[in-house]
Design a protein around this ligand. Structure first.
Ligand code: AMP
Length: 423
């Protein structure tokens, strides 16, 4: 089979790496990919946002299955375009992807099905939003309705911040159309957990749990990023929560989608907040997480390809997934300055030395191959993953690997997976 992975991050490198292990796969393609995918696949110079070119490429090159990594092409309807051309593709349709691309749509669905989530109100008028804020207990969470590169969620500690956030989103158009409508919701306390489910329209299979670290600096300080590291399994997840998750979140969600006439086929990744009274949904994502994928897939013993096929065919119920009992930790190496301004083109050394360690996988994100070697080309540069018999063992190994890699102004967190100790 000929497989095309769309995207260029660590998630896509991990997907391509895992899919390539399936015996059915003869050729792996990645669009546009990075220096890491170039080593295991053929990179195709088409951006993930250029949907017509991707459809044309898949058709002309007889691609058997396309796997879509990022959220933007899904929200723009890439799956509908592929299907219209009778091309097989893994991911939800445009209308199903609204579960991520419209926070208002997701909230309304959750409300209708009584799925536990933060109390929220939606606004399309900034005056009304201001007046509402005056009556609230702070902090509150303000969310742009649409996709905003992970930056559309602001936690406002006081009324002044809430007002300036509402102004920036609704009046000044900081996130374009994505922020014209907003959600204001209650601030939830607890610990976060990322779940990944292969959903085939009617049934689902849960992948192993994970937790990520979103803030840029140690101790969860500084601005939010795409993710600075992750570990699996999550230390705040349990069989009891899984049962609750099935009954109170997944079953009602599938019922709600069905009622809306939507068949969701793809990867559903709910972000949860776990507190003493159970799990509540922070958000739904409609694709694999980054960097969660970089800790989940190295723990998956089963082949991924048949699982994706079964999801597309509505047959996930027949599948069992085997897991490595060991823990995994991934640390993201970022360019100095990220998530704000940063420089690129820095030479990366030590990759081979790091990969010599047992049970270490290096997934590339913002990297590029040049005549002079591999250089940085993005904010998040590498995701270094290690497996270990415990989280602590995986943590020790991953930092040993990270210490062998160098590029100018490299920045990474030293406390990834440390929370595992405290719960
Ligand atoms: P979202 O994109 O909705 O998951 O939000 C991004 C991040 O903002 C989450 O991973 C949480 O860390 C935080 N967040 C979102 N909603 C809430 C909430 N209601 N209470 C507390 N933190 C939140």
């Amino acid at each position: 089979m000929k497989i095309l992975v769309i995207g260029s991050g660590g998630r896509e490198h991990a997907l391509a790496w895992k899919l390539k292990q399936s015996p059915e796969v003869d050729q792996m393609l990645c669009a546009p990919g990075n220096a890491g995918t170039a080593a295991i696949a053929e990179n195709v110079a088409i951006k993930a946002s250029d949907l017509p070119a991707l459809v044309r490429f898949a058709k002309e090159n007889h691609v058997d299955l396309t796997v879509v990594g990022p959220d933007d092409p899904l929200a723009a309807g890439i799956v509908d375009l592929f299907r219209a051309q009778k091309l097989r593709v893994f991911g939800p349709t445009k209308s199903a992807a609204r579960i991520e691309s419209s926070k208002i749509f997701a909230k309304e669905l959750m409300r209708a099905q009584e799925i536990p989530t933060a109390e929220a109100n939606t606004f399309s008028d900034s005056g009304e939003a201001f007046r509402y804020c005056e009556r609230l207990k702070f902090p509150v969470v303000i969310k742009a309705d649409g996709l905003a590169l992970g930056k559309g969620v602001i936690i406002a500690p006081d009324a002044a911040t809430a007002r300036s956030t509402i102004d920036a989103m609704m009046s000044e158009g900081r996130f374009g159309d994505a922020g014209r409508r907003i959600v204001i919701e209650e601030f939830l306390r607890g610990s976060e957990c990322s779940l990944h489910a292969l959903v085939d329209g009617k049934n689902y299979r849960l992948l192993e749990s994970a937790r990520d670290h979103k803030r840029v600096y140690d101790g969860d300080l500084g601005p939010n990023t795409g993710g600075m590291g992750a570990f699996s399994p999550a230390n705040n997840w349990s069989a009891e929560l899984e049962d609750q998750f099935d009954k109170k979140i997944m079953r009602p969600l599938l019922r709600g989608l069905h009622k809306e006439g939507i068949t969701f086929r793809g990867l559903l990744y709910p972000g949860l907040m776990i507190s003493a009274d159970g799990a509540r949904v922070l958000e739904f994502n409609c694709r694999f997480g980054d960097p969660e994928t970089q800790v989940i897939l190295p723990r998956m013993k089963s082949n991924l390809l048949p699982l994706l096929e079964a999801t597309i065919n509505g047959k996930i119920d027949n599948c069992a997934i085997e897991w490595d009992e060991r823990a995994a930790v991934t640390v993201v190496l970022a360019s100095g300055g990220y998530p704000d301004k940063y420089e690129t083109g820095k030479a990366i050394s030590g990759l081979d030395e790091a990969e010599k360690l047992d049970d270490v996988h290096i997934f590339h994100a913002g990297t590029q191959r040049t005549n002079g070697g591999i250089v940085t080309s993005g904010g998040r540069v590498l995701a270094v993953t290690a497996l270990g018999s415990t989280i602590e063992a995986a943590r020790a190994r991953v930092y040993e690997a990270v210490s062998r890699i160098h590029f100018e102004n490299c920045h990474y967190r030293r406390d990834i997976a440390l929370t595992a100790r405290h719960g």
